[in-house]
Each structure stands twice: as C-alpha cells, then as structure tokens.
Design a protein around this ligand. Structure first.
Ligand SMILES: [Fe+2]
Ligand SMILES: [Fe+2]
Length: 311
C-alpha cells in the first residue's frame, strides 16, 4: 500500500493558525474594578459628550453615554461575526459556496472558531461592564446597519447568485471590520482592557481578510459572466449603503432621552453636532471606499480603470 505523506496546506495557513490564533493562548480579558475611574470608550467616538448641555451634567452622564456607545459597538461586532462571517464560512464548508477545496475549507473552520471566540470575548466584556459599571444596555440589537445593507442587496438578487454575493460581501465586511477595530484600539482615551479586546481581535482579522480576498479572487474567475456583470453593476450602490449611517441618529437620541434630556434639548444637541457628525462620517466613508475599490481591483471584481469613490 502506498504511503501518502500529508503535504503542508497551501501557504502554511494551518500552521500559521496554530502558531498565531488568539483563541489558542489568550487569557481572559478582565475589566479592572471601577476604582480607576477610567472611561471604557473614547469620547472622540461619541460627539454628543462634548456638547455643553451634556458636559454640564457631569461625568456620570458622559460615562453612561459612552457605555451605551461601547455596548452598541460590541454587540455589532458579535452580530457581524455570528450572523455573517460564520454563516459564510459554514456555506463554504457545506459547498453552498462552490468550488472550494479541503485546504480552504480547513481554514473556513479556523475562521468559525476565531469568530466564535471574538463574539465570546465581546459578550464577556459586555457582561463584565454590566457588573462593574452597573449600566444596563439600553438596546440589545438583533441586527445593524451593515447587516441590513447586506440583506437588502442579497434580497435584490436572484436566489442563484446569493451565495456568491455573500462571499463578496463578507470579504468587504472583514476588511472594514479589521480597519474599524484597529482604529478604535488606537484611540488615546480608551481603557486598557478595551484596547486589548481590539488588539487581539485585529491579530486574527488580518489573516481572515487575506483568506477571504484570496477565495474571492479564485471564485470570481469561475463565476458566470452574467453574475460578474450583475455584481459589478451593484457594487457602487452597495458600498454606499453598506458604509452608510443613520443620519437621524435615532440611537443617540434614545440614549439622551434615557438620561432625562428634554425633546428640545435633544434636538439642540443633535443639531449643534450634526455638521461634524456628517463630515466625520463622509470622510471615513470616502477613505474606506478608496481602500475597498483597491481590494476589488486586486481580486478582479473591478477593472483597473474603474473608479467609484466619488459616486
Ligand atoms: Fe472577528
Ligand atoms: Fe474575521
């Protein structure tokens, strides 16, 4: 009987996972007792905190607003991982996304493990926050803007294209998530424990981003021309929708109302900060679009001369 030597998986992805995956060696991240008085989430990420009407109410109100922003961010990360990235990885594993070999399926399993762990860390952090700062989340979301945008785009497609679209959408989402957690982890005012959650997460996301981009590149070449053209045509609109935000700022209004601000005060706080809110959002969106267009060109989804950054 012929002895077959197991060859190293392409690119040593599995060896790299054993060596580097944070789930394999990371200790539980604990929020220290509140005595430090440290804010868990940076004020730069919640512009209403600087408004005179909010600042005049003192640090307890500001901490509450920041805690709610942190909860939304952490819940959002968990939702994206468990409802979108893990789902896509399972579809790869179960051949609903076609043409993926066993070595790449092996890596899909590492993504499922990593993402399950990231969602676990995020929820563990939420549970600790509730215990240690005594603030309950105002809202436990079941979806968010990005997931809704992906669902809208998927629903607009014929059933036969949805799985391939999911791979495209997850490749983009992983890239965006990686950049978001990297940038949040670098904020100056952030709690050390929160920065560690972000820092560990980024270590894994770099591998995931490369994996999905590589998979998208090889699967793109196999897609029927009709599917390629449909996806190409929908990319500009999809990026705008996916990278959008709620310009009415319903959640911030809800948080302010929970702190006893009147409807008039809330309108004033939101109106006074709206220009900065819109400008910061547009700036971030345009930068992200430039990066995603470069990624889509690199994997062949867009042609080298395509430009959609200003649409
Ligand atoms: Fe993750
Ligand atoms: Fe990931």
């Amino acid at each position: 009987m012929q002895h077959v030597e197991a060859s190293a998986p392409e690119g040593d992805t599995v060896a790299s996972w054993y060596e580097k995956a944070t789930v394999r060696y990371t200790q539980r991240i604990l929020i220290p007792e509140r005595s430090s008085g440290e804010l868990l989430y940076p004020t730069a990420r919640s512009i209403v905190c600087d408004h005179p009407l909010v600042a005049s109410r003192g640090s307890t109100v500001q901490s509450y607003i920041l805690a709610q922003a942190a909860y939304q961010f952490l819940y959002g990360v968990g939702l994206l991982e468990t409802k979108f990235v893990i789902d896509c990885s399972l579809n790869i594993l179960h051949n609903h996304i076609k043409g993926v070999g066993d070595v790449d399926k092996l890596q899909a399993l590492t993504v499922i493990i990593d993402e399950g762990y990231h969602a676990y860390v995020a929820l563990d952090y939420i549970v600790q926050m509730k215990q240690k700062i005594g603030v309950e989340p105002l809202l436990v979301p079941e979806s968010n803007w990005k997931l809704d945008a992906a669902a809208r785009a998927s629903a607009s497609l014929p059933e036969s294209m949805r799985m391939d679209f999911q791979l495209l959408a997850v490749t983009l989402a992983e890239n965006v998530l990686t950049a978001e957690i990297a940038s949040l982890g670098k904020e100056k005012e952030i709690a050390r424990s929160f920065a560690r959650v972000m820092g560990d997460h980024v270590l894994d996301e770099g591998r995931h981003s490369k994996y999905f981009a590589k998979l998208l590149k090889s699967s793109w070449a196999r897609l029927p021309r009709e599917t390629q053209e449909t996806f190409r045509a929908m990319v500009p609109g999809y990026l705008d929708d996916f990278l959008g935000v709620d310009l009415n700022r319903a959640f911030e209004r809800k948080v302010l109302a929970a702190q006893g601000f009147s409807a008039e005060e809330i309108d004033r706080i939101v109106d006074d900060t709206q220009e900065r809110f819109v400008a910061e959002h547009q700036d971030a969106r345009e930068k992200t679009k430039v990066r995603l267009v470069a990624l889509l060109k690199q994997v062949g989804v867009l042609g080298l001369s395509d430009s959609i950054a200003r649409q």
